[in-house]
Design a protein. Sequence first.
Length: 88
Amino acid sequence: MQISFPAHVVQDRIVDIPESDMEALRNAMRDCFLTHLEYSDYKSSYLNHEKFVAEICKKYNVDVRNVADRLAFFKALLGLTADFDPNS
């Protein structure tokens, strides 16, 4: 896969990323997302991405303040089993 992105220099950078690395990157992003879902408290003012998660949960009647509920919901969205643990 070839991607282009603006870097800290004036010109855009273009890099070729092999599919094996793309799969590892997708897995890392998925795991980081799930870990964030697990450890964020969703009880006070939210960051923009937390607001989005809270709105999605509310829209689908998922208790955003209940860790097990929101993890189960997003794991199902990602096609993961309920016992998937991103920290193992």
